[in-house]
Design a protein around this ligand. Sequence first.
Ligand code: HEM
Length: 522
Amino acid sequence: MNKKKQQLKTFTTQDVDGPLTTNQGLKMDEDNFSLKAGRRGSTLLEDFHLREKITHFDHERIPERVVHARGYGAHGTFTCTKEASKWTKAHFLNEVGRETPIFVRFSNVAGSKGSSDVVRDVRGFATKFYTEEGNFDLVGNNIPVFYIQDAIKFPDLIHAVKPEPHNEIPQAQSAHDTFWDFVSQHQESTHMLMWHLSDRAIPKNLRMMEGFGVHTFRLINAQNESFFVKFHLKPQLGVHSVTWDEAQKINGKDPDFHRRDLYEAIERGDFPVWDFGVQVIPEAAQFDFDFDVLDATKLWPEEQIPVEYLGELVLNENVDNVFAETEQVAFHPGHVVPGIDFSDDPLLQGRLFSYTDTQLSRLGGPNFHEIPINRPVCPFTNNQRDGMHRQTINPSVTSYYPNALANNQPAPVPEEQGGFHHFEQSLEGKKVRERADSFLDFYSQATMFYESLADYEQQHLKDALVFELGKCKNEQIRKNVINQMNHVHHDLAKYGAQKLGLPIPSKIETPNVKTYPSLSQA
Ligand code: HEM
């Protein structure tokens, strides 16, 4: 049993077959009938057992995640297979054979907690590494790029993707006007849209999906040298999808298809394994590419920057209680350890704010790090106190640093002894609300992706465009989308236009020019 599972066991109820008591420990002699004035009479307010039982039940639900509400998780282990000290001083990556407990939660992005598994959607792939230096969270997706470049657009994106407010339809991300309006107003979404319409968005199961950190992060070694990095997870079972026809049939017969598959595979000992890899460039090489490494709508071509594998992730234990573990887990891309730091990717920078903020309301106050699944396996001590649902009893009189009263108060640790020291990045420039011109190539990688597909995959993508855009009722938006597709590939735009009875745009001779602004004016 790994260190995290041992820790969780200390929070697991042992006496499951003990006497039935109230929450105050009072043994009860009856649990089938409420207390009444006479056998056929009215129920009495003094029935504390009835009141407690119903009150607790009334408050069993917590808000679902604002995105990624439907998810499923499992425990496992990360094993370092190649030490990476030339790039990072992170302890969990510095010794071959070192094992780190992990918890992974897979998710659908758009649908509600009770929606179906096998829908066309991006999948979340979030991993918590319980390292000896604190928790490191890799909060990624199964698609290597994102719809937007700047966090300020995230609420707009999600408002467009989620069911429309007047009728809460549809659960499906892309089958409605607001989705198509948003993506066609944002050329930066085009690359991700290609992945979204491809078979990648209908994975066969969770064990056969890739994971990507998406953003550029930073690695720092013991010599304080900085590298830019993209994180990858490659399933040893390979990447597999279903066809759209299969997806629709599966959803009808078994909305829990993905979670059932993962649960059953782990129960029968068929543990899924992913290779954990990195693409690394020295910080000085960041301008050597025809895209901006800070732009989350771009991937780093693996032919140019090969993925190097540093470890293996295996999922080998199901949870004991889905609510306590999978629902209450709180991931955050800002949970890093010494040797891992951030880049200036403007999407990542906004995420660094969003996760704790949302969890404060989802998990009821500032002490959710004390919930068993979220606790680090290393000691965690500081001068934070009180708050809703505080579990820790801090005996010290003082709760501030520095102080002259206590000799065992939590105090900062020097960098040489493992204290986190933010990378001393040089900064310059004016304070502006703009984006760099290097973010303005919206189509090159979208076209590259489309052209990289086999014929049958291209056909699936074209059919997905027709199916999903066919659900969009607004004629102008449909035309805007066809214009957008024309910037990716004329054949795609032509096919969509013909099938949907729209005008076929003429071929653009140099489609990958840097264009801006909105396509609706194109
Ligand atoms: C979940 C915000 C972009 C991956 C969430 C949640 C929020 C959020 C509020 C719910 C968290 C919770 O309730 O615990 C944002 C913002 C983004 C952004 C503001 C952009 C500015 C992304 C990107 C990725 C991503 C680019 C992938 C790289 C995830 C995943 C989850 C999640 C996997 C589910 C975590 C879980 O399983 O609990 N996001 N997100 N998000 N986000 Fe993001």
